[in-house]
Design a protein around this ligand. Structure first.
Ligand SMILES: C[S@@+](CC[C@H](N)C(=O)[O-])C[C@H]1O[C@@H](n2cnc3c(N)ncnc32)[C@H](O)[C@@H]1O
Length: 433
């Protein structure tokens, strides 16, 4: 693989945006790949792989670097530590990159970024790592948390929390799962295109497709270079949506003519699924907080071709008098710590803190209290998150039942991240009596 310094500079820039400037990984990557559409397919794949891989394995990479550098990673300048991290990722996890290329290109990057005085340091640390990588031992087993943290690149506080709630075997299986490559899952609208026609179209576009067991309108796509460029995507035949998140509309099972409010809907996956299930009848109001998010929903609505759905800017914490007692179904797919989707958004594990998690539990309760009122008698409320943290899930559901006895729970489910089930996800369905 002969990636140029420019490609690696792009990797460096994206990683800095994420780790130094706080941008979300999926947004930083998407913006860069949108901007550099002209790059060769293999360069784009290299950028995606190194950015995601470096984030996925960052704790382990830092541990390795710290074994060979006098200056510890957390004391380094952001540019230098980011160059070293992504170079060590290539050394350890990308057989296709020769060690000499990973080291030389890292030195060039440091020089180009104005750190010529550190070329000897970068070169020395990386060559030393390249020579001795196979001898690096993890922390001793007696430091159990630290050893697991380095093995799975998960912050210790997250592991500690999960170990209180799940068996160690389960925690390790989930942690392992987050490091596996995840398929791109899409849901197509059978009213717009038959499965046979879509499979034919995707094949002609060079995309490999696998069917999803148990969900006839879902497909796994691979060999996708740039989704937005595919005619099949632009025509709105399908939406990107994980298998577990498709459960929301399937559980809600709307009937023709239903009025549905999705109070936190962007980018619109579940709301559009519901609009499709209404088959042109009824109405879905897909709300979100900001103009930007509402714009994202509109983009997807337009692409989907559905006309029984609209996107509306509204703060779910603020009571909307006009909606009280009006909805057959309310979807509360609320902001959460997102620790069930670390396989897709690896940076979340470094951004999330216990304090933020606690604040999110309060926010979820606040939004549930306001929006539950929109459900009409006999109507349904679905609460969901993409996390596996019980405080945000089962315990919030119990809290809701105590606070709102006019609702009773019909069913709930905690999906743990798993290759066949999809992302980590929680759903609870309540009926208003
Ligand atoms: C888990 S995401 C929703 C995903 C969406 N249901 C889907 O299937 O595509 C949570 C959403 O809540 C939105 N949000 C956060 N605070 C909000 C608030 N106070 N009012 C409305 N939406 C809010 C976020 O902007 C984010 O888009």
């Amino acid at each position: 693989m002969a990636q140029s310094t420019n490609t690696r500079d792009l990797v460096l820039e994206i990683l800095l945006q994420i780790t130094r400037d706080g941008e979300y990984s999926h947004i930083a990557l998407k913006n860069a790949l949108d901007q550099y559409q002209y790059l060769k397919k293999q360069d784009r794949a290299f950028i995606t792989r190194v950015v995601n891989g470096t984030l996925e394995r960052m704790i382990e990479l830092d541990y390795i670097i710290d074994q060979f550098s006098k200056v510890k990673v957390n004391k380094m300048k952001p540019v230098i530590r980011t160059i070293l991290r992504s170079a060590v990722y290539q050394l350890k996890y990308m057989d296709s990159v020769p060690a000499s290329a990973a080291c030389n290109e890292a030195v060039k990057l440091a020089v180009n970024r104005g750190f010529g005085s550190l070329r000897g340091f970068v070169n020395g640390v990386l060559r030393n790592i390249a020579r001795n990588l196979s001898d690096v031992k993890g922390p001793p087993k007696k430091e159990r948390l630290r050893a697991l943290s380095v093995q799975y690149s998960l912050p210790e506080w997250i592991l500690k929390e999960w170990l209180l709630e799940y068996e160690e075997e389960t925690v390790c299986a989930m942690a392992e799962e987050f490091l596996n490559e995840r398929p791109l899952t899409v849901r197509f609208n059978p009213d717009r295109i038959s499965k046979e026609e879509l499979l034919k179209m995707l094949k002609a576009e060079g995309v490999s497709v696998r069917e999803v067991e148990g969900i006839s309108c879902a497909l796994y796509l691979s060999d996708v270079d740039y989704l937005m460029k595919l005619e099949s995507f632009k025509k709105g035949y399908y939406q990107v949506q994980d298998k577990s998140s498709m459960q929301v509309a399937m559980w809600a099972s709307p009937k023709e003519g239903d009025y549905i409010i999705d109070v936190c809907a962007a980018p619109g996956g579940k709301a559009i699924h519901l609009a499709e299930m209404l088959r042109g009848t009824g109405h879905v109001e897909a709300r979100d907080l900001t103009e930007y998010k509402v714009g994202l929903i509109w983009d997807n609505i337009r692409r989907s071709g559905m006309t029984n759905i609209e996107a509306v800017q509204r703060d779910a914490r603020v009571r909307d008098e006009a909606s009280v007692g009006k909805a057959d179904i309310v979807i509360a797919d609320l902001p959460c710590s997102g620790l069930g989707v670390l396989g897709r958004k690896p940076d979340l594990k470094y951004k999330m803190t216990q304090e933020t998690q606690r604040e999110l539990v309060k926010l979820q309760q606040e939004i549930l209290s306001v929006t539950a009122e929109y459900v009409k008698a006999g109507g349904t409320l679905i609460y969901s998150t993409c996390t596996i943290h019980r405080e945000e899930n089962e315990r919030n559901a119990r809290w809701f039942e105590r606070q709102f006895p006019q609702f009773h729970m019909l069913r709930e489910c905690q999906n743990l991240p798993n290759r066949s089930l999809g992302d980590g996800f929680y759903i609870a369905m309540f009926r208003r009596t």
